[in-house]
Write a protein that binds this ligand. Structure first.
Ligand code: C2E
Ligand code: MG
Ligand code: MG
Length: 277
């Protein structure tokens, strides 16, 4: 009986949430936050990751970790994804026009979204309408694009995007299917190591060992490494010692509104160039 009620509640919530998602997409209730990425070599903020936020009228701020999977199931992910793509490019282009240091905007693309008809055209249109140079856009994908039998299609799309000069990053590396065979074949420029390997890496020798091996492997493949979710100075130090290229985590900055993210990024750059001067 407990299980029955549990299920009923989920179904009801999913329906209610699905409806609310649709309304939110129409009413423009989504917002993008931006989290700075620190380039450890240059000691400068090299870009931002755009992270969607949904302020629900009654439930408050709902995490994308909850509503993105729901949107994927209800077929709404393209509606949301298109908005994120255009809004992320628009924001990046605005900063670029203001002379903001050629920072790269990273945008999360769900697997369902990249396989929808006309995806490449949408990306081209977002770049063209915003005026953002392709090299300042990075699309983040997860390993789930390689399951479900549409691998060959995904590869063609990725290669087309890479030829256009757009950066491609493999997100959450190490948590999914992690088939190493495709890594050597696919046109990814960057691997984002999941926080699971980063958290407590200063205290855990096995994690440290895994991190080191991943970084070496990725570098051997001529790709760069972004470490996700570093929260402490000790973790940051480990990543720096290992030759990780970029860090994105609370230790650098949290995801913030556009204005705050830009101010924080500029403040970090200024502080770091003052230190090195
Ligand atoms: P992700 O792409 O791996 O994004 C990184 C997540 O880690 C973000 O969670 C970010 O806020 C969080 N994070 C960053 N630094 C730290 C840290 O130091 N400590 C901890 N504990 N967390 C940190 P967020 O914003 O809740 O997003 C969760 C996931 O939702 C994302 O994971 C991504 O998979 C998905 N997502 C977010 N925005 C979008 C979007 O616009 N489109 C799609 N398709 N998915 C999105
Ligand atoms: Mg991401
Ligand atoms: Mg990630």
């Amino acid at each position: 009986q407990f299980f029955f009620f549990f299920l009923a509640e989920i179904v009801q919530n999913e329906t209610a949430m699905g409806q609310a998602l649709r309304q939110a997409a129409v009413a423009g209730a989504f917002e993008l936050h931006f989290q700075p990425q620190l380039d450890l070599e240059k000691n400068q903020i090299s870009g931002f990751e755009a992270l969607i936020r949904w302020n629900h009228p009654t439930q408050g701020a709902i995490s994308p970790a909850i509503f993105i999977p729901l949107a994927e199931r209800s077929g709404l992910v393209s509606v949301i994804g298109d908005w994120v793509l255009f809004e992320g490019c628009r924001q990046a282009a605005t900063w670029h026009r203001q002379g903001q240091n050629n920072r790269v905007m990273s945008i999360n693309i769900s697997s369902a979204q990249i396989l929808t008809a006309g995806f490449v055209e949408k990306v081209r249109s977002a770049l063209q309408k915003s005026g953002l140079p392709p090299k300042l856009l990075c699309l983040e994908l997860t390993e789930s694009i390689f399951v479900g039998g549409r691998y060959a299609e995904a590869v063609v799309i990725l290669e087309t995007l890479a030829k256009d000069g757009i950066n491609l990053a493999l997100d959450d590396f190490g948590t999914g299917y992690s088939s190493l065979s495709y890594l050597a074949k696919l046109p990814f420029h960057t691997i984002k190591i999941d926080r699971a390997f980063v958290a407590q890496s200063d205290k855990n020798e096995r994690k440290k060992g895994m991190l080191k091996s991943i970084v070496e492997m990725v570098h051997a493949l001529q790709m760069s490494v972004v470490a996700e979710g570093a929260e402490t100075q000790e973790e940051l130090q480990v990543l720096q010692n290992m030759g990780v290229n970029k860090v994105q985590g609370y230790v650098v900055a949290r995801p913030m509104s556009a204005l705050d993210a830009l101010n924080v990024a500029n403040a970090i750059d200024q502080q770091n160039s003052a230190i090195s001067a």
